[in-house]
Design a protein. Structure first.
Length: 400
């Protein structure tokens, strides 16, 4: 009998997408589903970016340079300089989404069996990338009571072994929305320098900080050779389908290794690079309105959640996600029940189960991630559904 690989068997399913069949079945029954499960913004992709693609005058759709079009990389330098990040276009590899940037980092810096430390809860696909690279994720738990602040330095020290090669931090964080402070980033700098580790920094939500300024890993003086910045235009410009990201490092040895992987996949998508290049020239106030809109949505969803009996949701400082603790027995069962067995006024809500964002077994069983990517009216209706669902859910727990 033919058998699939061990890697294929062990590859984790996406907790964000695994409930899609149940959502599709609900829709076929006529139930409206409010999608708070995935970070797909409803804000329109900037017209200037789409027009740049529409009016791109080419006769042959060629490969670009494996590192990405030079004109786009030079434009990215302008973007990063505006964010006080000092890089050259020769330190940037344009990737097929932020996902490929993360995978390039793992593949270029880690050997099979090496360990990477990640504060949990964390972006679920880090587990998948680690599986593909045959490296082991070592989680360090943060708590919802602290708003998912960076765990103490002692927790990192305890987790470091001879196999530890890197730390991953997402700032602002997905799934928690936590915004790491300058002091917390300095703590990470001390650890990676002391133990000679790489620091992978996922900064996909840089523009969306509501309480305090963003501190990039590239701002950490003295850690330049340790830092690999992983970035994407997906959320920044509401261009998730473009699949354009960036892998950035000042470490020439790491850059050279990553370029081999970039060459193996030939080149990143051409038209999305055109879109990304045009995005750099958007007016400087472009993010003012989108940031204000997300902050409005955040304020609504956090208020509504904390008004529900037995629910606790810390106020996220950035990104467009919130983690909430619910009075339920099992988040996976609850999220499936919402789609299979519940509706309120012809609608239900789709959430991401919290367990998928933890690597430690048993954690997150009464937590869910909510992406506040829908307009305010839809968020309020979704919260109406959730409040009603918690009143009638058979697995509700009353003694939290």
């Amino acid at each position: 009998m033919l058998k699939i690989s061990h890697r294929g068997t062990e590859m984790p399913a996406s907790p964000i997408r695994k409930l899609v069949p149940f959502a599709e079945a609900a829709k076929k029954k006529g139930t409206k589903v409010f999608h708070l499960n995935i970070g797909q913004p409803d804000i329109e992709t900037p017209k200037e970016c789409l027009d740049a693609v529409k009016h791109c005058d080419i006769t042959v759709l060629e490969y670009s340079h494996s590192a990405g079009m030079e004109s786009y990389r030079k434009k990215l330098v302008e973007y990063y300089q505006r964010n006080h990040i000092d890089v050259t276009h020769e330190e940037i590899i344009v990737t097929t989404g932020g996902s490929e940037a993360i995978l390039f980092g793992f593949m270029a810096c880690l050997d099979a069996g090496d360990e990477v430390i990640i504060p949990e809860p964390f972006y679920a696909n880090y587990n998948g990338f680690a599986m593909q690279a045959d490296v082991n994720v070592v989680p360090i738990s943060s708590s919802i009571e602290s708003g998912f602040a960076l765990p103490p330095i002692e927790d990192f020290e305890k987790a470091i072994t001879p196999k530890t090669k890197a730390i991953v931090v997402c700032n602002p964080n997905n799934p928690t929305g936590y915004l790491y402070s300058a002091a917390e980033m300095e703590t990470l700098k001390q650890i990676v320098i002391k133990h000679n580790l790489f620091l992978f920094a996922d900064e996909a939500y840089r523009e969306f900080c509501y309480q305090g300024a963003h501190t990039s890993a590239m701002h950490l003086k003295g850690a330049e050779q340790h830092v690999i910045l992983m970035d994407t235009i997906s959320k920044r410009y509401s261009a998730c389908g473009g699949r354009i990201g960036a892998f950035i490092t000042k470490n020439k040895e790491v850059f050279t290794a990553a370029m081999k992987f970039a060459q193996a996949r030939l080149s990143p998508p051409f038209y999305a690079q055109v879109l990304g290049e045009a995005a750099v020239d958007l007016p400087e106030n472009y993010f003012d309105s989108t940031k204000a809109e997300y902050q409005l949505r955040r304020d609504i969803i956090v208020k509504r959640l904390n008004e529900m009996p037995g629910v606790f949701c810390p106020n996220p400082g950035g990104a467009f996600y919130a983690m909430a603790r619910l009075p339920i027995d099992d988040c996976d069962t609850f999220c499936q029940w919402l789609l299979e067995s519940f509706s309120h006024e012809g609608a239900t809500v789709m959430l991401a189960p919290g367990t998928g964002f933890y690597s430690t077994p048993g954690l997150g069983k009464n937590e869910v991630r909510l992406a506040y990517v829908l307009n305010a009216d839809s968020i309020n209706k979704a919260m109406d559904c959730l409040a009603k669902a918690l009143e009638v859910y058979p697995g509700r727990i009353y003694d939290l």
